[in-house]
Design a protein around this ligand. Sequence first.
Ligand code: S3P
Length: 432
Amino acid sequence: MTVPNEIVVGGARPLRGRVRVPGDKSISHRALLFAALADGRSTIARLATGADVAATRRSLERLGVRIKGTPERLTVTGAGVDGLREPDGVIDCANSGTSMRVLSGLLAGRPFLSVLDGDDSLRTRPMARVVQPLRAMGAAIDGRADGTLAPLVVRGGALTGCRHTPSVASAQVKSALVLAGLQASGVTEIVEPGASRDHTERMLGALGAPVTSSGGVVRVEAGAPTAFELDVPGDPSSAAFFVVAACITAGSEIVIEDVALNPSRIAFVTVLQRMGADIELEPHSDRVGEPVGDITVRAAPLHGTTIVGDEVSVAMDEIPALAVAAAFAEGVTDIRDAAELRVKESDRIGTVQQELGQLGIAVESRPDGLMIRGGRPQAASLKGHGDHRIAMAAAVAGHAIEADSTVRGWSIVAVSYPDFLADLARLSDGDA
Ligand code: S3P
């Protein structure tokens, strides 16, 4: 599907009806990887439709994994880690940090050479956080700038488990080390410096792999998951944009169906409720260790809040959406301990400040955060900055303003949610 590069939004029409967002991106990456590690056929439905997960699929195919079907429903025929083959060319992770970092852990233990590369944005993102701990397990892995930037070159081989104490709370780093640990001799432990999403531990544990987590320490022994069937729940990070849109657009009432409600992903709901939002969560099922349910949102007046510490770590991907809520709220919202925002798909402290500034909102930035003074945002010419979440944040802000705004660089939404605009239009036409 082609996504336009420039869109017009506005009208402040209320959002009404029910919507399903694409399958969760983090769970989708893991579903493909874990199915490839299992022995036998796994079936995955509603895989995330964006380019990031497509990059993981292509990478696994390059490694010899048989994957058939479309994201709507596909089968993966895994032959265990030993079934993976040396790729005959560079593995292209495109814009996807998760693909590159998690694959580096998987490939560190394979007895062949792999080269992982990505687009201009991914080549600027920090890789020492996976390269260094993988080296400590015996991996031969290198990259540009002394092993800190992609492309990464992995000469895989025998790994030895050890105790890691990473300095950043990162689910991608943790997952890379877990995949290395499943192939290593002895025990691998990861002592988490703070909260991060826990899909890897939940899913692998539910699929019978020797991975446990307790008191902030993840423990892994050699082993593999079993094949599985999974209907991927909707992505809460995508849902967050509709949640915020419904909160700030008067007269809105929507239900977002079948969303992953993993506690390490829905801190943004707690933040919005603290800001005065009217949101209800209704959990209804459990899939490979992941709680799933519906989210109901009604428009409500918001006020500022403070977001710090572990809460900010587990709401990191939703900060662009929360920043839009803050721009429409009364009073000041203070976001601290968020230096990781600087090394996402864009420098999100800089890009959020710039786009909210365009809307006439006063934003102060610090090295590790933002202070947003809510007000009456005005229509503007906005940009996506090569970052899908900044583009969607801009669209949600523009939608909630009466006059029209433009968003340039819109096509980057294809990374996680190619149909976002069509779903926003259906909800605001009230026929969703
Ligand atoms: C992800 C982890 C997060 C998140 C990213 C997806 C994952 O990054 O920002 O969008 O699927 O593991 P961290 O590695 O910084 O936790």
